[in-house]
Write a new protein. Structure first.
Lengths: 159, 393
């Protein structure tokens, strides 16, 4: 399926949960989805025979600066050999997004990483803990406005 | 006195174990393996929840080698400066890491790379794949208890490192593949050296098979251990030899070709369940052995066709991609390495997200270790072939 067909299928099925899309003039065409419907959209894209997106290639958190966060899902279908990108826009005040862990198990650690680095909270994730940073670290280091703490457990951080 | 101690221990026992999601049952206990343990291949800590000798669950703790790759990449003054950091992710397959990043940046900049560069890149990437797989199978043998094959593997790897050293001066972290080109042209006798290596290495694969692959003890330890069914592998995002070991014929060099990989004749080896079930540790191991053979095939074809030219003619003077974003994935020895780069029109990337194959493959460990023996966890972990530099970045 070409991206336009995938977009049409999603719009006819989910209506106003599909917020925006850019399908031409970009390297990877993307579709923007409402954060509270992302799991349903993911489930639909995986289980629908025509789309069959069985692989979540990558899940990334992004800090767009100015209090805007985002999650980007790169999907691929081994059977149909097509790709699509889903995007979710969040804010620093409301960093809540549905987890897609139950759809693709790949998301488990990737969502933990996005939580660790950006503080994005994935509702429905079975085990949302920090993954790369120490468990008692404060703050989310990949945020653009992150300030390196002066001390961590009595150790001076900027050396 | 004894009673008091037991009571204290019971009182201090946490209600639920983080990562397990429930308290321990009566017969269960937690054993910590690592972060300094010879078979964890670096600084990985595993919490094994065991009932006697049987592993109930595995809780991996990673991040001991976290060096803030993504934060560093955002804070560089230009795109080119990120490449040495890419080297340090999967430090036994640095060429492949650079290749993925270079291809992603070239796509952002819409650069066409000269043919000569493409062929040299392919040869380097495949040599590096052999070197990385040699470490993987060598150390895997050592994990299981066979020390000798490790030395044989390192002997052969040394030859590859010699070729790299002759080309770019470095033996481990090369900074060789640049955006739009290479840091140096290859030396004059390069083709000859590579041909010599191929002729030398091909018989050594049989030697490795005699020493390790078909060794009775090795088979006993790996066959039917850690079986990963194909549908689980795909859903969990496994890639590389871990995916192919489960019988899924999927290799990005063929299925989503990049560089000039579509011009060579070679096969994708998959696990067939020769010694046990499809997708067991032995299959994953054997896929690597076969892949080395296929890499030799690719190198032999590529080295005959290196066209003349200047390897630095396409290197851009000023790297400043327009506002855009790209996701590029390449097949490294460990699996699918993805770079998601967001450019904002400035001289340094706005965001670089790496999708490391080892990170995703390691997340499979609990799934395939449940119900195994403690010693099997070592066998499973070795068959996944992780490099902690890449897991933690």
């Amino acid at each position: 399926m070409i991206p336009q067909e995938i977009h049409d299928a999603l719009v006819s099925h989910f209506g106003n949960a599909i917020l925006d899309a850019k399908l031409e003039g970009v390297f990877d065409p993307f579709i923007k989805v409402a954060p509270d419907r992302i799991k349903d959209v993911a489930q639909f894209l995986r289980d629908n025979e025509a789309t069959a997106f069985n692989v979540l290639m990558c899940l990334s958190g992004v800090d767009h600066t100015g209090g805007k966060l985002g999650v980007v899902y790169h999907l691929h279908s081994m059977r149909r050999n097509h790709k699509i990108v889903l995007k979710v826009d969040l804010t620093v005040e409301q960093p809540h997004c549905h987890s897609v862990e139950s759809v693709w198990k790949t998301a488990n650690w990737h969502e933990r990483e996005a939580y660790d680095m950006y503080g994005i909270i994935f509702d429905g994730h079975p085990d949302l803990r920090r993954i790369l940073m120490p468990y008692d670290w404060e703050g989310h280091p990949l945020r653009k406005d992150f300030q390196v703490p002066e001390y961590y457990n009595g150790m001076k951080v900027p050396y | 006195m004894e009673e008091t101690l037991t009571q204290t221990a019971a009182a201090e026992r946490p209600a639920t174990i983080p990562g397990l999601g429930r308290p321990l049952k009566e017969h269960e206990m937690v054993i910590s393996m690592g972060p300094q343990h010879p078979s964890t291949h670096g600084v990985l800590r595993l919490e094994l929840v065991v009932d006697g000798e049987v592993v109930i669950d595995v809780i991996p703790h990673i991040g001991y080698l976290h060096r803030c790759f993504e934060k560093h990449a955002e804070n560089m003054t230009n795109y080119q400066q990120v490449i040495p950091y890419c080297d340090r992710m999967d430090y036994v397959a640095a060429m492949n890491n650079d290749l993925g990043y270079a291809i992603a940046c070239e796509k952002l900049l819409k650069i066409k790379v000269p043919e000569r560069v493409e062929y040299i890149r392919v040869i380097m990437a495949e040599l590096q794949r052999i070197a990385s797989h040699l470490i993987a199978v060598g150390t895997y043998g050592m994990d299981i208890g066979a020390f000798t094959p490790f030395l044989y593997c390192f002997r052969d790897r040394e030859r590859i490192l010699d070729i790299f050293e002759q080309t770019c001066g470095a033996r481990l972290l090369y900074n060789y593949i640049w955006i739009g080109g290479l840091s140096h042209d290859v030396p004059e006798n390069f083709a000859e050296k590579v041909r010599d290596f191929c002729a030398y290495f091909r018989p050594n694969i049989n030697e490795l098979n005699d020493l390790l692959s078909y060794n009775k003890i090795f088979i006993k330890r790996t066959a039917n251990v850690g079986v990963l069914p194909p549908e689980v592998a795909i859903n969990c995002g496994a890639s590389g030899p871990v995916l192919r070991g489960s019988g899924v014929k999927w290799d990005l060099r063929k299925n989503d070709p990049y560089s000039v990989y579509d011009r060579f004749e070679w096969e994708i080896p998959v696990g067939t369940g020769t010694m046990g079930a499809v997708g067991d540790c032995w299959d994953r191991y054997m896929v690597r052995v076969h892949e080395m053979e296929q890499s030799v095939n690719i190198i032999e074809q590529a080295v005959e066709k290196i066209p003349p030219g200047d390897v630095q003619s396409a290197i851009p003077k000023r790297i400043r991609p327009e506002t855009s974003e790209v996701y590029v994935r390449t097949e490294t020895p460990k699996g699918e390495l993805g770079y998601y780069i967001i450019a904002d029109g400035s001289a340094s990337p706005f965001r670089v997200k790496v999708r490391p194959p080892c990170f995703v493959n390691l997340s499979l460990l609990p799934t395939i270790s449940r119900g195994a023996m403690i010693a099997d966890v070592v066998a499973v972990l070795g068959s996944i072939d992780i490099v902690l530099g890449e897991v933690d970045r």
